[in-house]
Design a protein around this ligand. Sequence first.
Ligand code: HEM
Length: 332
Amino acid sequence: MSQPPSSPSPASQSAPVSADQRALDTEPQYIDAPLTAAAAFLVLAVKDDDASIAAVRSVTGSTDDLIKDVKIRANGGAFTCNVGISHRVWSALTGKPAPKELAPFKEVRGAAHVAVSTPGDLLYHIRAASTDLIVEFEKILLEAFGDAVTVIDDVAGFRYFNGRDLLEFVDGTANPDGLDLPAATIVGDEDPDYAGGSYVVIQKYLHNLAGWRGQSVETQEAIIGRTKFDNVELPDAAQGQKSHKTLCTIQDAEGEHDILRDNMPFATPGRGEYGTYFIGYSRHLWVIEKMLERMFIGDPPPLHDRILDFSKAVTGVTFFAPARKFLSNLGD
Ligand code: HEM
């Protein structure tokens, strides 16, 4: 799916690598998999002792096999899993320098709202047509990890009517597709050792639904930048307060910089918990960081994204999802 980069990796400098081999080496994980009816976001902390690191290296290296074990039981249902590794454990786990832009999630402190930075060493983003497969995969995975990891968060997302978030707007419309999708999400020539990988940022948002429902539909639409029922894009505000979609549009001399969002609603009604799990994949981490800056600090400051007045970010972690081959080589 990504364009095979032309520059050779250090390991390949002595012998030329065929285009086929290059394509295999840089094949991404399942970044481009479609949104499914169910998804899970499993965030783990890795224990720092040598035995735990070795165990984690072996389990993450066998991700492809674990996926196959479950996928074949899916009876044709979509099942995918992407693994992200944080800056904190990158070198210990891989024995290699980190991808160029990989860094811990940078807290963004606006006048009214904060994009918090929280712990997390591994991300498993699991998608399936039904929750049973996700539970089965997580069970097998966590048994394999044993006590080498601790679970920081495990959120089960679900499809809410026709692809809406719990603010009741269709979410994911402006995602890139076709060739724009790998161009926006997959690292290429700019970091040859990590071609085929993707930066991943997650944030768990909790909504104040009563507050949101207290707004008129016109106000809600102005906040998002689209109409609610039929999902039509509204014009950018000529001046002053910008909508969410405008603040998240990053444009420079090179054009518009897209990211891929696979957000999912999650909820525990009995506890009054309703949220959106944001997950963004990007070829360049700075693009997501810029969006967060514009949302939380505002453009111009202090005109922050009004979605935040009804949505509180309670987590924030950055990972890198390397190419499939890189991941499976960890197990060798
Ligand atoms: C409470 C959390 C969030 C909710 C409920 C939410 C919801 C939405 C909705 C309904 C849209 C319009 C339809 C669409 O194009 O998908 C949208 C657009 C978008 N959102 Fe969010 N979003 C959230 C957080 C974020 C965050 C944290 C980012 C990036 C850091 C982001 C980036 C974008 C982008 C890039 C667009 C498309 C802009 C365009 O039209 O080009 N969103 N979001």
